[in-house]
Design a protein around this ligand. Sequence first.
Ligand code: G3H
Length: 250
Amino acid sequence: MVRKLFVGGNWKMNGSFSHIDSFFETVKNAETDSEADIVIGVPACYLKYAQENAPKGIKIAAENCYTKPSGAFTGEISPAMIKDCGCEWVIIGHSERRHIFGESDELIGEKAKHALEEGLKTILCIGELLEEREEGKTNDVCFRQMDALAKNIPNPEAWDKVVIAYEPVWAIGTGKTATPEQAQEVHKLVRGWIRDSVDSCIADKVQILYGGSVTVENAKELGAQPDVDGFLVGGASLEPDFVTIINARK
Ligand SMILES: O=C[C@H](O)COP(=O)(O)O
């Protein structure tokens, strides 16, 4: 089955109003693949500005959200607030949330549930640490994380609002990319897990992105793998060259 290319950017805690202006100017002046889904995660304080100024075809995502619509949760933002900023996407379960901020599978599952119930589209991240890969636990970790997510997807239709990002933690921001074969192997297994544990039509349709040091140099080859439906790009999504990654299948 041919799935649309999905190119996600994740600016993490980077960017500024002037960076948004110059980055969008570059994208507006470039020819980008009109067939690709393009979603860029920006810090919460820039959501509204980025969404209002984004070039046609680019959607803006929050990089996190909480499990409740409002309340005494200092520093958190809710799906309702993300929608209020005009955005329809959120990234959940990024490895930096898991490993720097200590978010558990359970919390991440609850976040996914609430975001989907609120009607947001979600990029749900999974991926193993280096030591887990070296101990041969990659599949166990990815399946455990998938299980915690899948059981929180409120209904089968909500899967239409789910994109999975496989991001091996050892490849994030390290310049070490999984080889196209390593990425394909895990993507195929994750799709197989969805087929066996959720539904085979959903498994065929869901876009699974690779993240971890994606660059202009490796995007084409990674994106050519049968189960790699796009990317979640960190550092390189802040650079003008991101347009070349958007065009990885052109
Ligand atoms: O969300 C993006 C990933 O963390 C990858 O980041 P990176 O491309 O800087 O390695």
